[in-house]
Write a protein that binds this ligand. Structure first.
Ligand code: ADP
Length: 162
């Protein structure tokens, strides 16, 4: 069985992530979305909320599952018998960091490969942080997020601003 892991923070999942997930699901028998529980960052959504949102938006994709993880990504892959890491490349600015990560992971886990999907041009400028910034100032985020996720972002910010 060919299993791939698509890791990230997904705070929150955007249509750009969704595009990568759909394309990856067509290429592998199983795709595990790994939601990073990074204690050093202070995300807008808790890791449980991010996992649940991803489960809702991928409900129509039977070979996609969502899990949270902590620690080294390669340990998460090994635990799940996965051999491939999938990352999205938006612009040249992503490249340097991604190359460094991929090369490092390859040294510590030679059996694991990283593949990159170039993003859909439509979403090539999109990031979770930009969406949060727009939402913070009450801008329209409906072009960038699944309607249900956009609603959750608005609710969350409204709670925080009270
Ligand atoms: P991280 O915190 O690891 O950067 P993100 O949640 O921001 O995690 O992104 C996870 C993965 O999705 C990364 O490979 C990133 O390049 C990719 N990605 C982020 N935004 C987009 C987008 N708009 N289109 C396609 N891929 C994206």
């Amino acid at each position: 069985m060919r299993i791939a892991v698509y890791p990230g923070s997904f705070d929150p999942v955007t249509l750009g992530h969704g595009d990568i997930i759909e394309r990856t699901a067509k290429m592998f028998d199983k795709v595990i979305i790994g939601v990073l529980n990074n204690k050093a960052k202070s995300p807008l959504f808790s890791v449980e909320e991010r996992v649940n949102m991803l489960r809702e938006v991928t409900a129509g994709l039977p070979n996609v599952e969502v899990q949270s993880f902590e620690g080294l990504l390669i340990d998460f892959l090994r635990k799940n018998s996965a051999r491939v890491i999938v990352r999205g490349l938006r612009a040249i600015t992503d490249f340097e960091y991604e190359l460094q990560m991929a090369q490092t992971n390859r040294v510590i886990a030679p059996e694991i490969d990283t593949i990159f999907l170039t993003t859909n041009l439509r979403y090539s400028y999109l990031s979770s942080s930009i969406v949060k910034e727009i939402a913070e100032y009450h801008g329209d985020i409906s072009e960038f997020l699944h309607p249900m996720i956009a609603e959750k972002v608005r609710e969350k910010l409204a709670c925080r601003q009270q």
